[in-house]
Write a protein that binds this ligand. Structure first.
Ligand SMILES: Cc1cc2nc3c(=O)[nH]c(=O)nc-3n(C[C@H](O)[C@H](O)[C@H](O)COP(=O)(O)OP(=O)(O)OC[C@H]3O[C@@H](n4cnc5c(N)ncnc54)[C@H](O)[C@@H]3O)c2cc1C
Ligand code: FES
Length: 275
């Protein structure tokens, strides 16, 4: 994957709109002209909870237009709880766009996007970009229950074919979304996936069996989020274009190097990860 990094900067944004998509799932529109123009599919931002008492939190960039970007988050801990209290007109500081994002340069014609839970927040921009380029896009969307399949209609309206699975069977297939992907009669040429690690590992297995490549957006816990602390590393083949450039002797002759999810990622080719 070539370097897809863009220049990040700090933005003081204003909340332009707010919507609770489901209990505990919040969509915040941000008036952020520079961020909206610069963001690419699969990039993220670090949002600074307004009290200043908690560290910044990594969130995917859900939508990006000329003067508006948005974030979509599941309230699960201190920082997302704090962000959920923001109202229209409040300010939110964030840095971004960060990370590499998905590599769509091969111009794939038939793409499966697999999203689980909060991973849906990183799925809309690549879906829209692929559809605009004339590709067929199937969204494989998994959630615990029907109410948490948030904003699915938005993807259908954008032109995605929807396939859903829920843990409790309240919508779509009961079970894992990767089981539906595995049953696809006509195989896609590429898979993009964002969601919890067990789902990403299952996607990597299915893609390997299909003989196609998969790009995985990893959900790692970040400390600094900007490449400074090396607290978010994953093992990667040294052959990868994303591998940090350590001399072979400094890695004890190993063919594996550690890459920072926040800096070299968060998106990696599944067949280059050594996890
Ligand atoms: C690149 C990237 C993009 C991301 N994009 C999004 C996104 O768009 N939307 C989104 O919703 N999330 C996203 N995430 C995930 C999000 O950054 C994390 O969930 C983040 O930790 C939330 O911060 P928090 O302070 O609210 O929760 P935290 O306090 O950090 O808690 C995170 C998780 O740990 C659990 N937890 C917390 N405290 C405890 C405890 N004491 N014992 C056991 N479990 C506990 C919580 O239940 C929760 O599941 C992304 C992550 C990355 C790396
Ligand atoms: S979180 Fe510090 S280097 Fe990634």
């Amino acid at each position: 994957m070539p370097s897809l990094q863009t220049r990040a900067r700090v933005h003081v944004t204003t909340i332009s709109d707010r919507c609770e998509l489901a209990p505990g799932v919040v969509l915040l529109g941000l008036h952020a002209p520079d961020l909206g123009k610069a963001a690419r599919p699969g990039q993220f931002l670090m949002a600074i909870p307004p009290s200043g008492a908690a560290a910044a939190v990594a969130l995917g960039i859900y939508e990006a237009r000329a003067d508006r970007a948005s974030i979509l988050f599941f309230v699960c801990g201190k920082r997302t709880s704090e962000l959920s209290t923001l109202r229209v007109g409040d300010t939110l500081a964030c840095s971004g766009p960060l990370g590499n994002g998905f590599d769509l340069s091969a111009n794939p014609r038939d793409v499966a996007i697999v999203a689980g839970g909060a991973g849906i927040a990183s799925a809309l921009l690549p879906a829209e970009a692929l559809i605009a380029a004339g590709a067929r896009v199937r969204l494989y969307y998994g959630a615990r229950t029907q109410a948490l399949l948030v904003d699915a209609q938005r993807f259908a309206d954008a032109g995605c074919e929807l396939h859903a699975a829920t843990d409790d069977g309240s919508a779509g297939r009961r079970g894992y979304i990767t089981e539906l992907l595995e049953q696809a009669q006509d195989r896609p040429d590429m898979v993009l996936a964002c969601g919890p690690t067990p789902m990403l590992r299952a996607v990597a297995d299915v893609a390997r069996r299909f003989g196609i490549r998969a790009q995985l957006s990893l959900e790692e816990t970040f400390a600094c989020g900007v490449g400074g602390c090396w607290g978010c590393v994953v093992p990667l083949t040294a052959e990868s274009a994303q591998a940090p450039n350590f001399p072979r002797e400094d890695r004890g002759g190993s063919d594996v190097v550690f890459a920072r999810v926040c800096k070299e990622g968060p998106v990696f080719w599944a067949d280059e990860l050594r996890w």
